[in-house]
Ligand binder design. Structure first.
Ligand code: SF4
Length: 388
């Protein structure tokens, strides 16, 4: 098929796509196995609010997988026939830059990255009947023999109810990893946020996944305890993580927008947000109390210090040293760093010593503070809202 032929076929094929995937699945093929969130009540989450949860039939999902295959074949045909010398990557880049629809864009990006990883959307794929989810994964792997990794989101509560043989069936079908939103291990906070799960259920669900041999990634929300519960949030979250000992601990930082129920709690004064500096103290306490063998990953743009990463327990001291380094900066330099991160000029602490970048941040501070050099916390929160 020529490029012209490809353009003529625009809008012919499409499949369902959900709104989110983890940062680590940015280049994955996205297959939507359920729609929205069956719980949908968490105070700090806006992703599926107003959307009704729905299971999808195996036939519907298989049809989407077949369509993704058709799109893949079209892109490969384009690579053969359009002077890209058979280079799938080049053809995928052309389609990605001028996609007929989001489905083409997703398949093109996936092929560009090697076509190996798949992420099953939406919020809790484990809620499907085990045999149906296993059938979908087997069909996926048969349709795309290039697939090496299949991952999905799940809720602890659902994982806690799965029998070992069910998780084993999913692992054998090809489910490689589950991403679970732990958020916190502190019961009063889980309750306040209406997470619909207890610390004990988090432990049970997480342990079930670990025991099955499916890789487990637990997400923690830094700042979720606000000014009131930050200490217990850090200590109890570490305790729960230690009990689970997941393969990955991923942190992201709380950002509140008006689509979240938590926004009203904040407006009426019941929830008081912690500042960046308080959240860094909380993260230090969390890491200090971690006694597990997980990979600690900070790959979310909302995190102030994305360089706090490493394998536990051996990298713990280095991770804490990065926090100490930030905390030992002068107040002016801490502000400079925070603003630099929030406007996307800095990515790590060393960037403070890049003079053109430092100067650019100083100019932003001058503008935001209208010359006073004191930037209001609200302005920093507003900058962060752009991240979600
Ligand atoms: S379970 Fe996950 S997706 Fe559902 S409302 Fe809570 S945070 Fe959002």
């Amino acid at each position: 098929m020529s490029l012209e032929g490809y353009k003529e076929k625009r809008m012919v094929n499409s499949f369902e796509l959900g709104p989110i995937r983890p940062p680590s699945e940015a280049y994955s093929l996205l297959i939507r196995v359920t729609m929205n969130c069956p719980w949908n009540r968490c105070e700090f989450c806006h992703t599926y609010k107003g959307q009704k949860f729905r299971l999808r039939s195996v036939a519907e999902i298989k049809q989407d997988i077949k369509t993704a295959r058709v799109i893949q074949d079209e892109i490969k045909e384009l690579a053969q026939e359009s002077g890209y010398g058979g280079g799938v990557k080049e053809a995928a880049a052309v389609v990605f830059n001028s996609p007929p629809n989001q489905a083409y864009q997703n398949v093109a990006l996936w092929l560009y990255a090697g076509g190996e990883n798949v992420f099953l959307q939406d919020a809790n794929s484990l809620i499907m009947r085990t045999n149906e989810l296993a059938e979908v994964i087997r069909f996926l792997k048969k349709t795309f023999p290039s697939i090496k990794r299949v991952t999905s989101y799940a809720r602890s509560k659902t994982a806690a109810k799965k029998k070992p043989e069910e998780l084993d069936e999913l692992r054998r079908a090809g489910l490689s990893r589950l991403h679970i939103g732990l958020e916190s291990g502190y019961d009063p906070l889980l309750q306040y946020m209406d997470k619909g799960v207890t610390a004990a259920e988090h432990i049970k669900g997480g342990r079930n996944v670990v025991a099955s041999g499916i890789s487990l990634c637990e997400y923690v929300v830094l700042g979720l305890g606000g000014k009131k519960m930050w200490r217990e949030h850090a200590i109890q979250t570490a305790r729960v993580l230690n009990e689970i000992d997941p393969d990955f601990i991923r942190v992201r930082t709380l950002v509140i927008n008006s689509k979240m129920p938590l926004y009203d709690e904040m407006e009426n004064g019941n929830f008081v947000r912690a500042t960046d500096e308080e959240i860094i103290a909380e993260e230090r306490l969390l890491i200090e109390h971690l006694d597990c063998h997980s990979n600690y990953v900070s790959d979310h743009i909302t995190n102030l210090l994305q360089e706090i990463e490493g394998k536990l327990p051996q990298d713990k001291e280095t991770m804490m040293a990065s926090i100490d380094r930030f905390q030992s900066l002068s107040p002016q330099e801490r502000t400079n760093f925070r603003i630099g991160r929030r406007v996307g000029i800095y990515s790590r602490l060393d960037d403070l010593y890049d003079l053109p970048k430092h100067e650019a941040v100083e100019q932003v501070i001058h503008r935001l503070s209208q010359g006073s050099n004191e930037v209001d916390e609200e302005k920093i929160y507003t900058l962060m809202e752009g991240f979600i």
